[in-house]
Design a protein around this ligand. Structure first.
Ligand SMILES: Nc1ncnc2c1ncn2[C@@H]1O[C@H](COP(=O)(O)OP(=O)(O)OP(=O)(O)O)[C@@H](O)[C@H]1O
Length: 240
C-alpha cells in the first residue's frame, strides 16, 4: 500500500533521513521506532510533503506520489495525526474535524461527521467546545478523528501516546487495532516501544537517519539491538 525508496530529508547541512526504504502492506500496522532525533517525525513529514524531501520515491496504492503536494496526498488517501496533536485550540471540536476533510469535494457531507461522532461519542458531546479546552487524551482522539475525516487508506500516527494518561494510552492502542481490523493501513511512530511492538505486525528501527533493524515485531522485540539499545532491559518479555 505504501512503498518508500531511498528517502532523504535534509535541514540545511543536517541530513536527518539518509536514504531509507521501507514498505507498509495493506491492512498492516508497521512501527517505526528509534531514539529521539532518529528521523521518525521527519520521515512522516516528508511522506505528507509537510517538508520537501531531497530525494526518494514514494508510492501509494501503486501510484507514484513523489511529486504530489500535501492536499493531493490527502485526496489520494494518506493522512497524518501529528506529534503533539496540533489541534486548533481556538476552533470548536466540530470545526477541527471538518478541517480534516476540507480538501475533499463533499467535505460538508453530514454523513462523514455523523460517522465520526458515532465512533467517538465524546467528541459529539463536546462538538461545540473549543479544542484547546479538551484533556490531552481527548485532543489526541480529536487528532486521530480529524485524520480519519478524509477516509484515508493509510494513516500515519506520530506518537499517539505522548503525554497522555496510561489508561487512555491503552484505549488508543485498542483503537489502532480496531482501525487495522477495519482495513486501514497504519504506520505508527511511538516512544512506547513495548506496546507499539505488541500491536504491530512488523517494525523498522531508525537510528541517526538510517534503518538499523527491521522484521516481524515479535522478532524485533527479542533482538539484542532493541533489547539493549532501545529498551534498556535484558529481557523485554519479563519486563512487559
Ligand atoms: N526544523 C528542523 N530544523 C533543523 N533540524 C531539524 C528540524 N527538525 C528536526 N531536525 C533534526 O533532524 C533530526 C531528526 O529529527 P526528528 O524530529 O525527525 O527525529 P525523531 O526521531 O522524530 O525524534 P523525536 O522523537 O525527538 O521527535 C534531528 O537531528 C533533529 O534535530
Amino acid at each position: 500500500m505504501l512503498r518508500v525508496e531511498n528517502l532523504v530529508v535534509r535541514y540545511g547541512p543536517i541530513e536527518a533521513v539518509k536514504g531509507i526504504s521501507f514498505e507498509v502492506g495493506q491492512g498492516e500496522i508497521v512501527s517505526l521506532l528509534g531514539p529521539n532525533g532518529a528521523g521518525k517525525t521527519s520521515t512522516l513529514a516528508a511522506l505528507m510533503k509537510l517538508i520537501v524531501p531531497q530525494a526518494g520515491t514514494i508510492t501509494l496504492a501503486g501510484e507514484d506520489i513523489s511529486a504530489v503536494g500535501a492536499a493531493q496526498i490527502v485526496r489520494r488517501g494518506m493522512t497524518l495525526s501529528p506529534e503533539g496533536r496540533r489541534v486548533f485550540p481556538r476552533l470548536s471540536v466540530e470545526k477541527n474535524l471538518l478541517l480534516g476533510g476540507m480538501v475533499l469535494k463533499d467535505w460538508r457531507n453530514p454523513e462523514v461527521l455523523n460517522r465520526m461522532y458515532a465512533r467517538f461519542p465524546i467528541l459529539h458531546e463536546r462538538r461545540n467546545q473549543l479544542a484547546g479546552t479538551l484533556s490531552g487524551g481527548e485532543q489526541q482522539m480529536l487528532a486521530i478523528a480529524r485524520a480519519l475525516m478524509s477516509s484515508p487508506k493509510v494513516l500515519l500516527l506520530d506518537e499517539p501516546s505522548l503525554g497522555i494518561a496510561p489508561k487512555i494510552v491503552a484505549e488508543n492502542f485498542d483503537l489502532i487495532c480496531e482501525l487495522r481490523d477495519e482495513g486501514f493501513t497504519i504506520l505508527l511512530v511511538e516512544q512506547n516501544v513495548f506496546q507499539s511492538l505488541s500491536i504491530s505486525d512488523r517494525a523498522y528501527v531508525l537510528e541517526n537517519g538510517r534503518i538499523v533493524a527491521s522484521g516481524d515485531s515479535d522478532d524485533i522485540l527479542k533482538s539484542d539491538l532493541v533489547r539493549h539499545s532501545y529498551l534498556g532491559v535484558a529481557d523485554p518479555i519479563e519486563a512487559a
